[in-house]
Write a protein that binds this ligand. Sequence first.
Ligand code: PHE
Length: 343
Amino acid sequence: MNSEAEILKKIDVILEEALKGLKNSRNLTELENNFKVFSGKKGELSLILHSIHSFSPEEKKNIGSKSNFAKKTIEDAYLLRKGELIAVEKSGKAARFIDLTIPGPSIEKIHAHPITAVLEDTVSFFSSMGFEIVEGPEIETTYYNFDALNIPANHPARDVWDTFYLLNGLVARTHTSSVQVRTMERKKPPLRVIAPGRCYRYEAVDATHLFMFNQIEGLYIDENVRLSDLKGILEATVRHLLGAKKTRFRPAFYPFVEPGLDLDIECVFCGGKGCGICKNTGWIEVIPCGMVHPNVFKYAKIDPDKYRGFAFGMGFDRIVMLKYNINDLRYLYQCNLDMLTQF
Ligand code: PHE
């Protein structure tokens, strides 16, 4: 007949052996067998409990609680090893559950959206020339979007910039030029600012038109700003952004500038020979610009006899298309990773 102390010791031994056996089981069958030996109905632990009926209640209690603890510990070890073996079987790999030295899955390198990348590049380029960044609202009054830009209510130019009118009389701004007068009201010249942001037009969407797009407005005002400053700065801009070597300025009409111009670059797709994209002209229009109209100065309460300035408004979705050779504007807004990760 074993004493209480002997039985308790025996439980310790069973527990130790069981844990070793379970841990070393190399497959599920082995595991099940080992588990049965120690813990099943006919396992060693149960046999011990059957042999203690002659013990005192106090002794039974001690042995019972120790064997329950052992049973629970063995069950836990069994379940843990079972999980490991199932995982190993599934992955068909060697029996090693967690190996902290295995390098983790590689994290894909990410980068900014092409529009953001070009925007950041443009902003830092202009910052390097002393231009400050300003912003204005996308939902704008007709005053800042049209009137203050020398486009009165009855002027046909409002048709060119048709947009979404809100019920309260505000509009989705058609260009970042609306930030011009807002800025001049707040800051007195000399001033050098760029205003990037979203603009809206009443357009049927196709490869080269969207009802929402991005522009960067530029405004430079001082006592002696001349057309040659405009030319120098904008030529440097297209050289920086697009590597453009050949450029030309054409006269153009925008009510808020006089004279008004369009800056063209030699077509980057055909090298000036003429192709579908440049409509066989060999040139692509990139930056509308001009010298600030005296009427705009008057709206902004700046003396047109004292100050001069130039303004430009470049659609930078367009710049992104040219830079990365993308032939459909809509790709830029589809959030398609196959497309975006190419850049
Ligand atoms: N706001 C004009 C447009 O969106 C572009 C422009 C800006 C032209 C500044 C001249 C000067 O079409």
